[in-house]
Design a protein. Structure first.
Length: 227
């Protein structure tokens, strides 16, 4: 009799867990969001989609800064979603029951700001823009330190060859691991890399290092990359 009672209690409990899992809102989609700061709002967009093995992945875009394809790190549990492009600037939100909105808090430099996101459609697969083919010897991972504005930023530049061209990205280790796609615009005789619409790196490969300069808004500073 005692075992029967335990079984009867156990079965409904398991069914409740299963139903809860089935009812968890789906986070996939194209989302338009806004961070509400005092006196102004910051727009952003996010695509959340599942890759071939079913893992949820995400990419962010900042329309006002003409940046897109920014990789996100994600964690979803039930209706809770956490994500960040920078480890030191996390988003912590709750997905609505109808999976049409996400509301939560964005943490930045000790401040907590509210944010709101609305699902506007299906996710858009984000593919990095291809650059020109790489010259021999420069494919791989490079490390550099940018000295600018009193800051010392440690960077990793990753250059990869693909069919018909190249893909590249920069990881800013000093700013929470922020990872940006970049584009190789020229590889010979000089190497030219577009980081944003207003920032570029230009230099030469001397067999051991990539020696050149970083230029943004008309100002230029030296920046070399080493293996």
């Amino acid at each position: 009799m005692q075992h029967t009672l335990q079984l009867r209690l156990f079965v409904p409990l398991m069914l409740a867990v299963a139903l809860h899992a089935q009812q968890s809102p789906d986070a996939t989609g194209h989302w338009k969001g806004v961070v509400m700061a005092p006196g102004r709002q910051f727009r952003f967009e996010i695509d959340l989609l599942k890759n071939e093995d079913g893992t949820l992945v995400g990419y962010a875009a900042l329309p006002d800064e003409n940046l897109k394809g920014i990789r996100l790190k994600l964690a979803v549990s039930g209706n809770s979603v956490k994500f960040h492009a920078r480890e030191d600037q996390p988003f912590d939100g709750v997905i609505s029951a109808d999976a049409k909105s996400i509301d939560g808090e964005y943490s930045i430099e000790g401040n907590i700001l509210p944010f709101h996101m609305s699902r506007t459609g299906d996710p858009v697969a984000v593919k990095p823009e291809q650059g020109v083919p790489l010259r021999a010897g420069i494919e791989g991972e490079w490390q550099g330190t940018l000295q600018a504005g009193g800051e010392s930023l440690k960077l990793i530049l990753i250059l990869s060859s693909v069919s018909g061209g190249s893909v590249a990205r920069v990881i800013n280790l000093s700013q929470g691991g922020l990872e940006l796609p970049v584009i190789v615009r020229q590889s010979t005789p000089e190497l030219s890399i577009e980081i944003t619409s207003t920032a570029t790196w230009t230099g030469v490969f001397n067999g051991k290092e990539l020696s050149g300069s970083y230029r943004e808004h008309g100002k230029s500073v030296p920046l070399a990359f080493h293996r």
